[in-house]
Design a protein around this ligand. Structure first.
Ligand code: ATP
Ligand code: MG
Length: 402
Protein backbone atom coordinates (compact mmCIF):
# COMPACT_ATOMS: atom_id res chain seq x y z
CA UNK A 1 0.00 0.00 0.00
CA UNK A 2 1.24 3.47 -0.89
CA UNK A 3 1.67 6.32 1.54
CA UNK A 4 -0.62 9.23 0.76
CA UNK A 5 -0.10 12.93 1.37
CA UNK A 6 -2.80 15.54 1.00
CA UNK A 7 -1.49 18.87 -0.23
CA UNK A 8 -3.62 21.99 0.17
CA UNK A 9 -3.17 24.93 -2.13
CA UNK A 10 -3.23 28.36 -0.51
CA UNK A 11 -3.82 31.39 -2.67
CA UNK A 12 -3.80 29.24 -5.79
CA UNK A 13 -7.28 28.15 -4.80
CA UNK A 14 -8.52 31.75 -5.08
CA UNK A 15 -7.52 32.22 -8.66
CA UNK A 16 -10.96 31.94 -10.29
CA UNK A 17 -10.76 31.13 -14.00
CA UNK A 18 -6.98 30.76 -13.82
CA UNK A 19 -7.16 28.18 -11.04
CA UNK A 20 -6.52 25.13 -13.27
CA UNK A 21 -3.40 26.81 -14.65
CA UNK A 22 -2.03 27.60 -11.18
CA UNK A 23 -2.84 24.10 -9.95
CA UNK A 24 -1.12 22.55 -12.94
CA UNK A 25 1.99 24.63 -12.26
CA UNK A 26 1.87 23.60 -8.61
CA UNK A 27 1.64 19.91 -9.48
CA UNK A 28 4.58 20.33 -11.85
CA UNK A 29 6.70 21.92 -9.11
CA UNK A 30 5.85 19.24 -6.57
CA UNK A 31 6.76 16.56 -9.12
CA UNK A 32 10.03 18.34 -9.76
CA UNK A 33 11.12 18.51 -6.11
CA UNK A 34 10.22 14.84 -5.61
CA UNK A 35 11.68 13.54 -8.87
CA UNK A 36 14.61 11.89 -7.11
CA UNK A 37 12.19 9.62 -5.21
CA UNK A 38 11.22 6.50 -7.07
CA UNK A 39 7.56 5.65 -7.65
CA UNK A 40 6.16 8.98 -6.48
CA UNK A 41 3.02 10.12 -8.22
CA UNK A 42 1.34 13.52 -7.93
CA UNK A 43 -2.22 14.19 -9.08
CA UNK A 44 -4.96 16.70 -8.47
CA UNK A 45 -8.57 15.80 -7.76
CA UNK A 46 -11.39 18.07 -6.62
CA UNK A 47 -9.29 20.99 -5.44
CA UNK A 48 -6.72 18.93 -3.55
CA UNK A 49 -3.39 17.55 -4.63
CA UNK A 50 -2.50 14.00 -3.68
CA UNK A 51 1.04 12.68 -3.51
CA UNK A 52 1.38 8.90 -3.49
CA UNK A 53 4.66 7.27 -2.61
CA UNK A 54 5.72 3.69 -1.99
CA UNK A 55 6.11 2.67 1.67
CA UNK A 56 9.86 2.50 1.12
CA UNK A 57 10.08 6.23 0.30
CA UNK A 58 11.43 8.66 2.89
CA UNK A 59 8.29 10.15 4.46
CA UNK A 60 9.99 13.10 6.18
CA UNK A 61 11.85 14.04 3.02
CA UNK A 62 8.64 14.07 1.00
CA UNK A 63 6.89 16.26 3.55
CA UNK A 64 9.86 18.62 3.87
CA UNK A 65 10.39 19.08 0.15
CA UNK A 66 6.73 19.40 -0.77
CA UNK A 67 6.07 21.87 2.05
CA UNK A 68 8.73 24.18 0.61
CA UNK A 69 7.05 24.42 -2.77
CA UNK A 70 5.55 27.89 -3.20
CA UNK A 71 1.78 27.65 -3.49
CA UNK A 72 1.53 24.89 -0.88
CA UNK A 73 -0.46 25.97 2.14
CA UNK A 74 -0.07 22.74 4.11
CA UNK A 75 0.53 19.03 3.73
CA UNK A 76 -0.75 16.04 5.72
CA UNK A 77 0.42 12.44 5.64
CA UNK A 78 -2.93 10.61 5.46
CA UNK A 79 -4.56 7.20 5.56
CA UNK A 80 -6.81 6.49 2.56
CA UNK A 81 -9.85 4.25 2.83
CA UNK A 82 -11.64 3.02 -0.26
CA UNK A 83 -15.39 3.36 0.33
CA UNK A 84 -16.60 3.01 -3.26
CA UNK A 85 -19.80 1.00 -3.60
CA UNK A 86 -20.34 0.84 0.18
CA UNK A 87 -23.48 1.86 2.07
CA UNK A 88 -22.98 4.84 4.37
CA UNK A 89 -23.06 2.52 7.36
CA UNK A 90 -20.40 0.20 5.94
CA UNK A 91 -18.30 3.16 4.85
CA UNK A 92 -18.33 4.65 8.34
CA UNK A 93 -17.47 1.28 9.92
CA UNK A 94 -14.49 0.97 7.58
CA UNK A 95 -13.35 4.51 8.34
CA UNK A 96 -13.95 3.92 12.07
CA UNK A 97 -11.81 0.79 12.05
CA UNK A 98 -9.00 2.70 10.32
CA UNK A 99 -9.34 5.56 12.81
CA UNK A 100 -8.96 3.10 15.69
CA UNK A 101 -5.83 1.71 14.07
CA UNK A 102 -4.38 5.18 13.65
CA UNK A 103 -5.12 6.10 17.27
CA UNK A 104 -3.66 2.83 18.61
CA UNK A 105 -0.48 3.68 16.73
CA UNK A 106 -0.39 7.16 18.26
CA UNK A 107 -0.95 5.81 21.78
CA UNK A 108 2.05 3.55 21.29
CA UNK A 109 4.26 6.16 19.63
CA UNK A 110 3.43 9.25 21.67
CA UNK A 111 1.48 8.14 24.70
CA UNK A 112 -1.57 10.04 23.51
CA UNK A 113 -4.37 10.25 26.11
CA UNK A 114 -6.98 12.62 24.69
CA UNK A 115 -8.39 13.29 21.25
CA UNK A 116 -10.97 15.16 19.27
CA UNK A 117 -12.41 14.31 15.86
CA UNK A 118 -13.13 16.89 13.22
CA UNK A 119 -15.07 15.53 10.27
CA UNK A 120 -15.73 17.02 6.88
CA UNK A 121 -18.06 15.68 4.23
CA UNK A 122 -16.64 16.97 0.96
CA UNK A 123 -19.03 14.70 -0.94
CA UNK A 124 -22.38 16.29 -0.20
CA UNK A 125 -24.24 13.24 -1.58
CA UNK A 126 -22.90 11.18 1.32
CA UNK A 127 -26.05 10.80 3.48
CA UNK A 128 -24.48 11.38 6.91
CA UNK A 129 -23.64 14.97 7.88
CA UNK A 130 -20.26 16.10 9.24
CA UNK A 131 -21.21 16.48 12.94
CA UNK A 132 -22.73 12.98 12.97
CA UNK A 133 -19.68 11.53 11.22
CA UNK A 134 -17.50 13.11 13.93
CA UNK A 135 -19.70 11.70 16.70
CA UNK A 136 -19.69 8.20 15.21
CA UNK A 137 -15.92 8.27 14.76
CA UNK A 138 -15.54 9.38 18.37
CA UNK A 139 -17.66 6.45 19.51
CA UNK A 140 -15.63 3.97 17.43
CA UNK A 141 -12.37 5.28 18.87
CA UNK A 142 -13.57 5.29 22.48
CA UNK A 143 -14.68 1.68 22.07
CA UNK A 144 -11.49 0.58 20.28
CA UNK A 145 -9.00 2.48 22.46
CA UNK A 146 -10.08 2.19 26.08
CA UNK A 147 -7.34 4.45 27.44
CA UNK A 148 -8.48 7.46 25.41
CA UNK A 149 -10.78 10.28 26.46
CA UNK A 150 -12.36 13.05 24.43
CA UNK A 151 -11.10 16.57 25.06
CA UNK A 152 -12.64 19.15 22.75
CA UNK A 153 -10.54 22.05 24.07
CA UNK A 154 -6.94 20.87 24.28
CA UNK A 155 -6.73 17.37 22.83
CA UNK A 156 -3.37 15.63 22.46
CA UNK A 157 -4.49 14.65 18.97
CA UNK A 158 -6.92 16.27 16.64
CA UNK A 159 -7.99 13.63 14.16
CA UNK A 160 -9.37 14.84 10.84
CA UNK A 161 -11.77 12.66 8.88
CA UNK A 162 -12.52 13.74 5.36
CA UNK A 163 -15.20 11.86 3.42
CA UNK A 164 -14.91 12.37 -0.31
CA UNK A 165 -16.37 10.64 -3.34
CA UNK A 166 -15.39 6.93 -3.20
CA UNK A 167 -12.56 7.64 -0.73
CA UNK A 168 -12.19 8.78 2.83
CA UNK A 169 -9.06 10.18 4.43
CA UNK A 170 -7.80 10.28 7.99
CA UNK A 171 -4.93 12.45 9.14
CA UNK A 172 -3.71 14.22 12.24
CA UNK A 173 -0.74 16.35 11.19
CA UNK A 174 -0.85 19.55 9.14
CA UNK A 175 2.61 20.73 8.23
CA UNK A 176 2.51 24.33 7.08
CA UNK A 177 4.10 25.48 3.86
CA UNK A 178 5.04 29.00 2.81
CA UNK A 179 1.92 29.70 0.72
CA UNK A 180 2.60 32.06 -2.16
CA UNK A 181 2.27 31.20 -5.83
CA UNK A 182 3.85 28.40 -7.86
CA UNK A 183 7.18 29.18 -9.47
CA UNK A 184 6.86 30.11 -13.09
CA UNK A 185 3.52 31.88 -12.77
CA UNK A 186 5.00 35.39 -12.55
CA UNK A 187 7.76 36.08 -15.03
CA UNK A 188 11.51 36.06 -14.65
CA UNK A 189 13.71 38.45 -12.67
CA UNK A 190 17.40 39.01 -12.05
CA UNK A 191 18.42 39.31 -8.40
CA UNK A 192 21.58 41.15 -7.42
CA UNK A 193 22.92 38.58 -5.00
CA UNK A 194 25.61 39.64 -2.54
CA UNK A 195 26.85 37.45 0.29
CA UNK A 196 24.85 39.49 2.81
CA UNK A 197 21.70 38.84 4.80
CA UNK A 198 19.30 40.91 2.73
CA UNK A 199 19.53 39.91 -0.91
CA UNK A 200 18.82 36.17 -0.34
CA UNK A 201 15.68 37.18 1.57
CA UNK A 202 14.69 39.53 -1.27
CA UNK A 203 15.18 36.69 -3.75
CA UNK A 204 13.06 34.37 -1.64
CA UNK A 205 10.25 36.91 -1.46
CA UNK A 206 10.03 37.40 -5.24
CA UNK A 207 10.21 33.65 -5.92
CA UNK A 208 7.48 33.25 -3.30
CA UNK A 209 5.21 35.25 -5.61
CA UNK A 210 5.94 32.90 -8.50
CA UNK A 211 8.89 34.63 -10.16
CA UNK A 212 11.66 32.51 -11.69
CA UNK A 213 15.09 33.92 -10.84
CA UNK A 214 18.55 34.33 -12.23
CA UNK A 215 21.26 35.96 -10.13
CA UNK A 216 24.15 38.30 -10.73
CA UNK A 217 27.04 38.56 -8.29
CA UNK A 218 29.77 41.19 -8.39
CA UNK A 219 33.21 40.53 -6.99
CA UNK A 220 36.49 42.44 -6.99
CA UNK A 221 38.91 39.56 -7.30
CA UNK A 222 41.73 39.52 -6.09
CA UNK A 223 40.55 42.03 -3.46
CA UNK A 224 37.66 39.72 -2.69
CA UNK A 225 38.58 36.11 -2.02
CA UNK A 226 37.72 32.76 -3.51
CA UNK A 227 36.11 31.95 -0.17
CA UNK A 228 33.72 34.91 -0.50
CA UNK A 229 32.59 33.42 -3.83
CA UNK A 230 32.15 29.99 -2.22
CA UNK A 231 29.87 31.63 0.32
CA UNK A 232 27.69 33.13 -2.44
CA UNK A 233 27.42 29.71 -4.08
CA UNK A 234 26.45 28.21 -0.71
CA UNK A 235 23.70 30.81 -0.37
CA UNK A 236 22.50 30.12 -3.90
CA UNK A 237 22.32 26.40 -3.10
CA UNK A 238 20.10 27.18 -0.12
CA UNK A 239 17.90 29.50 -2.15
CA UNK A 240 17.64 26.96 -4.95
CA UNK A 241 15.81 24.66 -2.53
CA UNK A 242 12.89 27.06 -2.94
CA UNK A 243 13.58 28.70 -6.33
CA UNK A 244 14.83 25.74 -8.29
CA UNK A 245 18.27 25.64 -9.85
CA UNK A 246 19.82 29.07 -10.02
CA UNK A 247 22.15 30.53 -12.63
CA UNK A 248 24.66 32.98 -11.18
CA UNK A 249 26.31 35.44 -13.54
CA UNK A 250 29.49 36.49 -11.78
CA UNK A 251 31.13 39.74 -12.83
CA UNK A 252 34.45 41.22 -11.83
CA UNK A 253 33.70 44.82 -10.95
CA UNK A 254 37.30 45.78 -10.29
CA UNK A 255 37.99 47.47 -13.66
CA UNK A 256 34.91 49.68 -13.12
CA UNK A 257 35.84 50.45 -9.52
CA UNK A 258 39.38 51.42 -10.51
CA UNK A 259 38.12 53.85 -13.12
CA UNK A 260 35.75 55.44 -10.60
CA UNK A 261 38.40 55.75 -7.90
CA UNK A 262 40.91 57.28 -10.31
CA UNK A 263 38.55 59.78 -11.94
CA UNK A 264 35.66 60.71 -9.67
CA UNK A 265 35.17 62.44 -6.28
CA UNK A 266 35.77 60.05 -3.42
CA UNK A 267 32.46 60.65 -1.62
CA UNK A 268 30.57 59.58 -4.79
CA UNK A 269 32.28 56.20 -5.09
CA UNK A 270 29.49 54.20 -3.47
CA UNK A 271 26.66 55.64 -5.54
CA UNK A 272 28.68 55.47 -8.76
CA UNK A 273 29.53 51.81 -8.12
CA UNK A 274 25.89 51.07 -7.44
CA UNK A 275 24.78 52.71 -10.67
CA UNK A 276 27.27 50.55 -12.56
CA UNK A 277 26.02 47.43 -10.82
CA UNK A 278 22.52 48.32 -12.00
CA UNK A 279 23.60 49.02 -15.57
CA UNK A 280 25.57 45.78 -15.85
CA UNK A 281 22.73 43.83 -14.24
CA UNK A 282 20.24 45.42 -16.63
CA UNK A 283 22.29 44.40 -19.62
CA UNK A 284 22.48 40.79 -18.41
CA UNK A 285 18.77 40.84 -17.53
CA UNK A 286 17.78 41.95 -21.01
CA UNK A 287 19.95 39.30 -22.62
CA UNK A 288 18.43 36.60 -20.41
CA UNK A 289 14.81 37.70 -20.74
CA UNK A 290 14.49 38.97 -17.17
CA UNK A 291 11.88 41.68 -16.89
CA UNK A 292 13.00 43.28 -13.65
CA UNK A 293 15.95 43.71 -11.29
CA UNK A 294 15.68 42.73 -7.63
CA UNK A 295 17.81 44.00 -4.77
CA UNK A 296 17.88 43.55 -1.01
CA UNK A 297 17.87 47.28 -0.35
CA UNK A 298 15.94 48.57 2.60
CA UNK A 299 15.10 52.25 3.08
CA UNK A 300 17.65 54.04 5.23
CA UNK A 301 19.69 50.99 6.24
CA UNK A 302 23.05 52.35 5.01
CA UNK A 303 24.40 55.38 3.17
CA UNK A 304 23.61 53.94 -0.25
CA UNK A 305 20.01 53.28 0.72
CA UNK A 306 18.68 56.75 1.55
CA UNK A 307 15.64 57.79 -0.48
CA UNK A 308 17.84 60.18 -2.50
CA UNK A 309 20.44 57.50 -3.21
CA UNK A 310 17.79 55.00 -4.32
CA UNK A 311 16.32 57.55 -6.75
CA UNK A 312 19.73 58.28 -8.23
CA UNK A 313 20.51 54.55 -8.44
CA UNK A 314 17.27 53.82 -10.29
CA UNK A 315 17.90 56.60 -12.77
CA UNK A 316 20.78 54.54 -14.21
CA UNK A 317 18.44 51.93 -15.68
CA UNK A 318 15.14 51.64 -17.45
CA UNK A 319 14.07 48.23 -16.12
CA UNK A 320 11.93 48.31 -12.97
CA UNK A 321 13.92 47.69 -9.77
CA UNK A 322 12.06 45.62 -7.18
CA UNK A 323 13.03 46.03 -3.54
CA UNK A 324 10.79 43.65 -1.65
CA UNK A 325 12.45 44.50 1.71
CA UNK A 326 12.05 48.24 1.34
CA UNK A 327 9.79 48.83 4.35
CA UNK A 328 11.06 46.10 6.63
CA UNK A 329 13.07 46.51 9.82
CA UNK A 330 16.47 44.84 9.89
CA UNK A 331 15.45 42.58 12.80
CA UNK A 332 12.51 41.28 10.77
CA UNK A 333 14.73 40.65 7.76
CA UNK A 334 17.10 38.71 10.03
CA UNK A 335 14.18 36.66 11.36
CA UNK A 336 13.09 35.85 7.84
CA UNK A 337 16.66 34.85 6.90
CA UNK A 338 16.66 32.46 9.87
CA UNK A 339 13.28 31.04 8.90
CA UNK A 340 14.39 30.26 5.33
CA UNK A 341 17.78 28.98 6.48
CA UNK A 342 20.17 31.49 4.88
CA UNK A 343 21.13 33.48 7.99
CA UNK A 344 23.98 31.32 9.29
CA UNK A 345 25.70 31.35 5.91
CA UNK A 346 25.11 35.08 5.37
CA UNK A 347 26.82 36.09 8.61
CA UNK A 348 30.08 34.36 7.76
CA UNK A 349 32.56 37.22 7.66
CA UNK A 350 33.84 37.45 4.10
CA UNK A 351 34.52 40.67 2.23
CA UNK A 352 32.13 42.06 -0.38
CA UNK A 353 33.07 44.11 -3.41
CA UNK A 354 31.18 47.05 -1.88
CA UNK A 355 33.64 47.17 1.01
CA UNK A 356 36.60 47.51 -1.34
CA UNK A 357 37.39 51.22 -1.95
CA UNK A 358 34.85 52.29 0.66
CA UNK A 359 34.86 56.13 0.90
CA UNK A 360 35.40 57.64 4.36
CA UNK A 361 32.39 59.93 4.04
CA UNK A 362 29.97 58.60 1.43
CA UNK A 363 27.48 61.17 0.20
CA UNK A 364 24.05 60.27 1.56
CA UNK A 365 22.09 62.80 -0.50
CA UNK A 366 23.57 62.51 -3.98
CA UNK A 367 22.33 64.90 -6.70
CA UNK A 368 21.75 63.33 -10.11
CA UNK A 369 23.26 66.30 -12.02
CA UNK A 370 26.51 66.04 -10.07
CA UNK A 371 26.64 62.27 -10.52
CA UNK A 372 26.07 62.63 -14.26
CA UNK A 373 28.92 65.15 -14.42
CA UNK A 374 31.25 62.68 -12.72
CA UNK A 375 30.12 59.88 -15.02
CA UNK A 376 30.85 62.07 -18.06
CA UNK A 377 34.51 61.56 -17.13
CA UNK A 378 34.11 57.82 -17.73
CA UNK A 379 33.22 55.76 -20.77
CA UNK A 380 30.16 54.26 -19.06
CA UNK A 381 28.90 52.43 -22.11
CA UNK A 382 32.20 50.67 -22.80
CA UNK A 383 32.78 49.80 -19.14
CA UNK A 384 29.27 48.36 -18.81
CA UNK A 385 29.54 46.43 -22.04
CA UNK A 386 32.92 44.94 -21.14
CA UNK A 387 31.80 43.96 -17.63
CA UNK A 388 28.58 42.33 -18.84
CA UNK A 389 30.45 40.49 -21.59
CA UNK A 390 32.93 39.10 -19.06
CA UNK A 391 30.19 37.53 -16.90
CA UNK A 392 30.77 33.87 -16.11
CA UNK A 393 27.78 31.61 -15.62
CA UNK A 394 27.60 29.02 -12.83
CA UNK A 395 24.56 26.80 -12.42
CA UNK A 396 23.74 26.02 -8.80
CA UNK A 397 21.60 23.00 -7.96
CA UNK A 398 19.39 22.91 -4.86
CA UNK A 399 21.08 21.49 -1.74
CA UNK A 400 19.89 17.91 -1.64
CA UNK A 401 20.72 17.22 2.02
CA UNK A 402 18.23 19.64 3.59
P1 ATP B 1 22.96 42.55 1.55
O1 ATP B 1 22.80 42.06 2.94
O2 ATP B 1 21.99 41.95 0.59
O3 ATP B 1 24.39 42.50 1.08
P2 ATP B 1 23.33 45.22 2.44
O4 ATP B 1 22.42 45.68 3.48
O5 ATP B 1 24.69 44.77 2.80
O6 ATP B 1 22.59 44.10 1.60
P3 ATP B 1 24.44 46.79 0.31
O7 ATP B 1 25.73 46.10 0.46
O8 ATP B 1 24.38 48.27 0.18
O9 ATP B 1 23.40 46.43 1.44
O10 ATP B 1 23.72 46.21 -0.97
C1 ATP B 1 22.42 46.53 -1.33
C2 ATP B 1 21.96 45.57 -2.38
O11 ATP B 1 22.80 45.64 -3.53
C3 ATP B 1 22.07 44.12 -1.94
O12 ATP B 1 20.95 43.70 -1.22
C4 ATP B 1 22.20 43.41 -3.25
O13 ATP B 1 20.94 43.24 -3.87
C5 ATP B 1 23.04 44.38 -4.06
N1 ATP B 1 24.47 44.04 -3.91
C6 ATP B 1 25.36 44.51 -3.02
N2 ATP B 1 26.58 43.93 -3.20
C7 ATP B 1 26.43 43.07 -4.21
C8 ATP B 1 27.33 42.16 -4.87
N3 ATP B 1 28.58 42.01 -4.48
N4 ATP B 1 26.83 41.42 -5.89
C9 ATP B 1 25.54 41.54 -6.27
N5 ATP B 1 24.68 42.38 -5.69
C10 ATP B 1 25.11 43.13 -4.67
MG1 MG C 1 26.07 43.84 1.41
Amino acid sequence: MDNIYIVRCGETALKGDNKPYFERMLVQRIKKVLESEEGVCVERTDGLIFVRAPQSADQELIVRRASRVFGVDSISPAREIDISGMTAEDALSAVGAAAVEVMLGLIKERGVKTFKVEAKRADKTFPVQSPQIARQMGAFILKGCRVLKVDVHEPDVQLYVNVRRNKAYIYERKIHGFGGLPLGTNGRGLVLLSGGIDSPVAAFMMAHRGMVLDAVHFHSYPYTSERAWEKVKDLAGLLAVYCGKLRIFSVNLLPVQEQIVQNCPEEETTILVRRFMMRIAERIAKEQGCMMLITGEDLGQVASQTAEALVVTDAAVSLPVMRPLIGMDKVDIMEKAKEIGTYETSIQPYEDCCTVFLPKHPSTKPKLEKILMSESLLDCEALTEAAAASAEVTVIQPRSDI
